[in-house]
Design a protein around this ligand. Sequence first.
Ligand code: HEM
Length: 195
Amino acid sequence: MTRTSDPLSLSLRLKDATYTLHEDLDKGIMAHGLFSNADKYKSFVKLQYLFHRDANALYNHAQLLEIIPDLTARNRFTHVCQDMQDLGLPFPEDVSSVDTPDASTAAGWLYVAEGSKLGANFLTKLVEKLGFTDTFGARHLAADPGGRGASWNAFKSAIDHAGFDPVLATTGARAAFMRVKKYMMTPDLVSSLPA
Ligand code: HEM
């Protein structure tokens, strides 16, 4: 049975601390109309590629692997790379600039990457209309094998009971959201904003 989160759990603290950042990001992404046609969806995949590239090393974080044994299998970076190839998108030449942080900060980053799989449930329905699925172009939006709810509850339970520093974890979660926001402000995404 999955344990429910207590009122002061880390996952609830992170949700509370990043609520506005998520709202802004969510509205920003929808304002760009990134799900209105295939070309705009390509910009979303580029954004996801850059974010998951930054998070990639954190899915191999030694301390986190002890707490979340299936962490490596949760990583979506390979899936988003395949989506880039499906869509004929070139891979950016610059490199990721995230140093491997302490376990608490890394847990905050991973809270954002893992939590984004919940919103993906809604996004898959939009991209299906554009012809993209979990076997072509939208592989990285697919649910984890055990289902979105079970996967998310297991992740939350793991970080809630690991004794992470909530201040550092919050710093990590905020930094991750800010990183996605920064990528949303790249020139080709900004140019897709309505005038
Ligand atoms: C890369 C962009 C995004 C990131 C990093 C992200 C991140 C997150 C995180 C961390 C959560 C978990 C919150 C919690 O319960 O603690 C979440 C949930 C959610 N997100 Fe996003 N999100 C993104 C884009 C979007 C977009 C574009 C939408 C919709 C327009 C969306 C809709 C939702 C919804 C509906 C939930 C809650 C789902 C549920 O509770 O069942 N997200 N997201």
